[in-house]
Design a protein. Structure first.
Length: 77
């Protein structure tokens, strides 16, 4: 049996989900946006991809803390 390769989807900046927007925003912060646009996400090294993933997790935790803080402030009023 042969393994089927995933089809290479072209990277479309105009039709991104919220997750993809966050991922691309972080890639821009790291200066990797040009490589992603020219070669797709697969053009990044595993170290670069891991760095992006780590920053996504950190950003999500931060957003969750901020949301919880806002809810606590609303309850106090």
């Amino acid at each position: 049996m042969s393994k089927s390769k995933k089809e290479k989807k072209p990277f479309d900046v105009n039709n991104m989900t919220e997750e993809e927007k966050l991922k691309f925003e972080i890639a821009q912060e790291l200066g990797l946006d040009e490589r992603v646009l020219s070669g797709g996400w697969r053009s990044l090294t595993s170290k670069e991809s891991g760095r992006i993933g780590g920053m996504i997790a950190k950003r999500k935790r931060q957003l969750a803390r901020e949301a919880a803080s806002c809810q606590n402030q609303e309850k106090a009023l």
